[in-house]
Design a protein around this ligand. Structure first.
Ligand SMILES: *[C@@H]1O[C@H](CO)[C@@H](O)[C@H](O)[C@H]1NC(C)=O
Ligand SMILES: *[C@@H]1O[C@H](CO)[C@@H](O)[C@H](O)[C@H]1NC(C)=O
Ligand SMILES: *[C@@H]1O[C@H](CO)[C@@H](O)[C@H](O)[C@H]1NC(C)=O
Ligand SMILES: *[C@@H]1O[C@H](CO)[C@@H](O)[C@H](O)[C@H]1NC(C)=O
Ligand SMILES: *[C@@H]1O[C@H](CO)[C@@H](O)[C@H](O)[C@H]1NC(C)=O
Ligand SMILES: *[C@@H]1O[C@H](CO)[C@@H](O)[C@H](O)[C@H]1NC(C)=O
Ligand SMILES: *[C@@H]1O[C@H](CO)[C@@H](O)[C@H](O)[C@H]1NC(C)=O
Length: 368
């Protein structure tokens, strides 16, 4: 695509009067509505740091927006040099807001124009082609896109979406196509299908993919079990990453083996006092097996802050691990109601465990 053009040629193109901005509206993602967290795969220039990426994209927090989506340890310093040795791309988590059928990063980043900047250099260079000069011009109501003033603040609308795909909750990932890649390779890399990618991105010819083209890639996410009344009810964690939630009191990761959120309390990273997160006598994230065929997990189901009382919600989930073909279905997770912390959850939990052991015993009489 034009990204490989000589800079001089690009400048000439820009000088042509009334020429439309090249590849205008290339990167908008369809989005029916709502707000969510979305991802963008950014290739940081050599010798930059996490802190510089955080500042350029005006990300909210190093941990939540950079470390967690890349599965980097929470202790990673912001001075870490980029690119990462293991991966040329860095996943940025951005708040996404949808209106008039398209998604755009919510109000940020705001970019301050520097001496020598052109709208096209900002779009293609600084923001790596995730936006076009035409989109920046439109988003900022610029009457003359060829005239930007040094010091001017420009909102840069980055592509994102909150839509479910194929009836499934996903995290949308804005992906710049690498030279020589294909729809099939991208589908395989991100665990989706060619058909889904083509439909979502309006691709007619799978062989017509261009380097630098921005694709909307839906990443399957662990989202299960969060209560619809929880403040983080939209929480979705893609495979191979984690997320900090409940005011940094809880860390949840997603493993593609079960697609169930795996949540644990954090220690010492929240600015507030974290309430105990327990199911009776089990801590959040603890599992126990009272028989070889079942596993009880104290699972996270969200948090609330009603009348200024911050509570972490949990649900004791019991899973059958044994081959139950031919036997009555036991494998659905069964649970108690959300146990508000500090209340008399213990008896309820014990009752539940007892109830499930009894059920299992019935099903596996020979073992009990
Ligand atoms: C970045 O650094 C790598 C290795 O240090 C090098 O191979 C690559 O050419 C550099 N890229 C740029 C754009 O300087
Ligand atoms: C956009 O610019 C035009 C002309 O300068 C002006 O009339 C209009 O009110 C502006 N719209 C917004 C939303 O700022
Ligand atoms: C899950 O993530 C791992 C590591 O990031 C990756 O190897 C695997 O292909 C992913 N699985 C799916 C189904 O996306
Ligand atoms: C239960 O969870 C607590 C808090 O995360 C942890 O410190 C403890 O090691 C866990 N116990 C077991 C047996 O997993
Ligand atoms: C809960 O609400 C109170 C009052 O609105 C607020 O000060 C506090 O920060 C909130 N706590 C959390 C964890 O959101
Ligand atoms: C479960 O048991 C049935 C019959 O006992 C067997 O055919 C099947 O392969 C088993 N499945 C697994 C996953 O072990
Ligand atoms: C706990 O789990 C049960 C069964 O899976 C479910 O019906 C219930 O809504 C869950 N409670 C919460 C608060 O998520």
């Amino acid at each position: 695509m034009t990204s490989s053009l000589h800079p001089l040629l690009l400048q000439l193109l820009l000088l042509l009067p009334l020429s439309p901005p090249p590849s205008a509206s290339a990167a908008r993602f369809a989005c029916g509505g709502g707000t969510c967290q979305s991802l963008l795969g950014y290739a940081p220039p050599n010798a930059t740091t996490l802190a510089e990426v955080k500042s350029l994209f005006q990300l909210r927090s190093l941990r939540g927006s950079l470390l967690a989506p890349n599965s980097l340890p929470l202790s990673t310093p912001s001075s870490l040099p980029l690119p990462l040795p293991a991966a040329s791309l860095l996943r940025l988590r951005l708040p996404c807001s949808c209106s008039r059928g398209v998604g755009a990063s919510f109000r940020r980043p705001l970019y301050m124009v520097k001496a020598g900047d052109t709208l096209d250099a900002i779009a293609r260079g600084t923001f790596a082609g995730f936006v076009t000069s035409g989109e920046i011009a439109a988003a900022n109501n610029l009457s003359d896109p060829n005239r930007v003033a040094v010091g001017q603040q420009l909102y840069v609308p980055l592509p994102c979406s909150c839509d479910a795909v194929g009836g499934e909750e996903v995290v949308h990932y804005a992906h710049a196509v690498a030279a020589g890649s294909s729809v099939a390779r991208i589908a395989a890399e991100f665990g989706t299908t060619e058909e889904t990618l083509m439909r979502l991105n309006g691709i007619k010819d799978p062989n017509g993919l261009q380097a630098g083209q921005i694709l909307d890639v839906p990443l399957r996410a662990c989202s299960s079990s969060i209560s619809s009344t929880s403040i983080d009810r939209n929480l979705r964690v893609p495979n191979g990453s984690y997320i900090l939630t409940a005011n940094n009191c809880v860390l949840c990761s997603c493993s593609s083996s079960s697609w169930q959120l795996d949540c644990h309390p954090t220690q010492g990273i929240s600015s507030s006092t974290c309430p105990a997160a327990m199911c009776g006598n089990m801590y959040l994230g603890n599992t126990s097996s009272s028989s070889p065929c079942e596993r009880a997990t104290c699972a996270y189901t969200g948090y609330t802050n009603k009348t200024s009382s911050f509570a972490i919600l949990t649900n004791l989930t019991i899973q059958s691990l044994c081959n139950t073909s031919g036997a009555p279905p036991l494998s659905q997770p069964t649970s108690g109601a959300a146990l508000r912390l500090g209340l008399q959850g213990v008896k309820l939990t014990e009752l539940l465990i007892f109830f499930h052991i009894a059920l299992l015993c019935l099903a596996f009489l020979s073992r009990c």
